[in-house]
Design a protein around this ligand. Structure first.
Ligand code: DAH
Length: 344
């Protein structure tokens, strides 16, 4: 090793052994390993050496640099341990104090409601069927008994892709056709599924409507399924979701894919039906659209409507979450504001 490198090596180690406080240690590092430190200065002299000596000298300085870096880290650990031991001895650190709580992530409120839904429906024998977000026009509309010029298509303003036959689904109902075709085995097997997922509509974003939102669709197909099965099933869901005494009522409505169609209300769980701001003093909250699967839809799913029947429903988990937690504005759900999300 050249004399200069060896001198610096000895000098640096001596100085390091004398450091006691972390302040001194930092000073040592900048003196020897810093940008303008002694090791750096040695690198600067390489250019002045005769060509044939440069490579060997460079290697020596490199080795010295790694050696000092390692020595520094060891000393740093040693000083840290000593300081800690001293603090403990002098009672500066109270190890019986509880640790700082860890920052934990949480589940998004929409995810929580979805999981709650899935657990309840699974307990009632419904399997989850995952359908597509990007959907064909036929599945979103035509096969659900909404032919191309049906006036009910106006109810939903749609995001189309550059291919006018392909769109972002406006509701989870197209999954009904896919589930029937895939799980029904040519219309020969009963099915009981829920279809959760994101839906998209080209709408003015307001406190009550978003361009994206989730739905949970339900579908049951069997030999003798009747309206009483639909009512019993949804009432049971409401008891498990809201409370054991939840009352449910059904109002006649219209959806092209069900006949007859009904809207489902649950007795307001905030005021027990007394009337409050959230239920607009009616005592009832709307939670779902539902009905008996239309014969045309059964046929499009591969079932013979003279032998098979079924019921379907669609729910909006965000709306239910908003009602449960008194959330005033649907835009909070996808705004990703931590002040909102941290509350759950
Ligand atoms: N797809 C309807 C919507 O987006 C909701 C719906 C209503 C789904 C009735 C159903 C149903 O399955 O039977 O508004």
């Amino acid at each position: 090793m050249s004399q200069t490198v060896e001198d610096l090596r000895r000098q640096a180690h001596d100085a390091l052994r004398k450091t006691i406080t972390s302040n001194e240690l930092v000073q040592w590092r900048s003196r020897y390993l810093g940008r303008k430190g002694a090791v750096g200065a040695l690198f600067g002299t390489i250019g002045k050496l005769p060509k044939e000596e440069r490579a060997a000298f460079g290697q020596q300085v490199n080795a010295l640099q790694s050696e000092l870096q390692k020595a520094f880290e060891e000393r740093e650990q040693l000083i840290r341990d000593q300081v800690l031991a001293q603090d403990l001895e002098e009672g500066e650190i109270d190890i019986t104090l509880p640790a700082y709580p860890r920052q934990m992530g949480g589940l998004h409120p929409a995810t929580r409601t979805h999981r709650e839904f899935q657990t309840i429906w699974a307990e009632m024998g419904f399997q989850v069927y995952q359908s597509h977000d990007v959907e064909e026009d036929d599945f979103n509309f035509t096969l659900l008994n909404l032919p191309p010029h049906h006036p009910a298509r106006d109810m939903q303003d749609t995001f189309y892709t550059t291919n006018p036959k392909v769109l972002l689904r406006t509701h989870t109902s197209p999954g009904q056709i896919r589930a029937m075709r895939e799980l029904g085995q040519g219309g020969s097997k009963p099915i009981r599924v829920i279809l959760p997922g994101m839906c998209y509509r080209q709408e003015q974003v307001t406190a009550r409507s978003e361009i994206q939102f989730t739905q949970v669709e339900g579908l049951a197909i069997g030999r003798n399924i009747r309206m009483s099965d639909l009512k019993g099933t949804i009432s049971e869901f409401a008891k498990r979701m809201f409370n054991t005494n939840a009352k449910v009522r059904y109002r006649a409505s219209y959806f092209p894919f069900t006949e007859p169609s009904m809207e489902v209300d649950v007795e307001c769980f905030l005021c027990d039906g007394e009337g409050c701001r959230v239920c607009k003093y009616t005592g009832w909250l709307e939670i779902a659209g539902s009905g008996m699967v239309h014969p045309t839809v059964l046929r499009n799913g591969g079932y013979d409507p003279s032998l098979w029947s079924g019921f379907a429903f669609g729910m909006g988990p965000e709306r239910i979450t908003m009602l449960k937690h008194g959330i005033q504005d649907i835009r909070y759900f996808w705004g990703n504001d931590l002040r909102f999300l941290k509350q759950f």
